[in-house]
Design a protein around this ligand. Sequence first.
Ligand code: G3H
Ligand code: 13P
Ligand code: NA
Ligand code: ZN
Length: 323
Amino acid sequence: GLVNTKELFKKAVDGGYAIPAYNFNNMEQMQAILQACVETKSPVILQVSSGARNYANATLLRNMAKGAVEYVKELGCEIPIVLHLDHGDTFELCKDCIDNGFSSVMIDGSHHSYEENVALTKKVVEYAHAHGVTVEGELGVLAGVEDDVVAEHSTYTKPEEVEDFVKKTGVDSLAISIGTSHGANKFTPAQCTVNEDGVLIPPMLRFDILEEIEKRIPGFPIVLHGSSSVPQEYVKMINELGGKMKDAVGIPEEWLRRAAKSAVCKINIDSDGRLAMTAAVRKVLTEKPGEFDPRKYLGPAREELKKLYMHKNIEVLGSANQA
Ligand code: G3H
Ligand code: 13P
Ligand code: NA
Ligand code: ZN
């Protein structure tokens, strides 16, 4: 069956790697994630946002995730699978997911006051733990769009709050803000420097804050949201094939590799998958303008997505061969 994050995070923190948390909204994304994780023998966290629930229907999504457990057996490797609510914003939403088979939920109270965040998170933890479900909380606000809340600048996590928050709420993991943000436009080229290979290098993540957090809650599982790298090959492909994506810059993979070796044990990636699929769909529709069978463009999109996730597991997160 589906598993919660408890054992997986313990092993990941001790082993110096991170578990991939990939978002899915449809069948092709789910297949690509599972095929990639089976082929690389990686544990996986399947993430569902409230946007995904609205798009695909909560009942269908949850039954797809239950089917995932059987599907990986058919593929030949019973990797651990977590079904996780991404950015839950109310107790009721978290409860609904817990009551309907999710093995893990995030309660994102980071845009509330500290006291309200503690109270809300604690309430979710009490209900979740009574049902064997693990909980991710968040301290600090990421810049960019975080659900419906748009924060213009990051509010970095305050290391002096983490110990109290973890103790008072009983959360199983903590998402932090150290300079990552959601979406494909994390930084503008103007904010970046250009290295000798002509690659845009964004302002450094606040690894000093991460280190301070690790000192205060040693070995406690940390989560990094907004961790897409925004591969420039995909941006270029999309733009050459009629797209218009301006100033898309992400987190260098080298920095994610560094994070994965630390107490960061869950790395959230959604936007890179969207870019891979969009580039692949545009390619098919451009090269074969007479094509009208969705399988003929969603199939290649699924292949590209699988390739991307295998690369992440093997080269970036270090989760390959940890299932
Ligand atoms: O954090 C946001 C995730 O990338 C999910 O995005 O809310 O558009 O489904 P979404
Ligand atoms: P990206 O937009 O960088 O892929 O981040 C996804 C995320 O944090 C989902 O919770
Ligand atoms: Na780690
Ligand atoms: Zn997120």
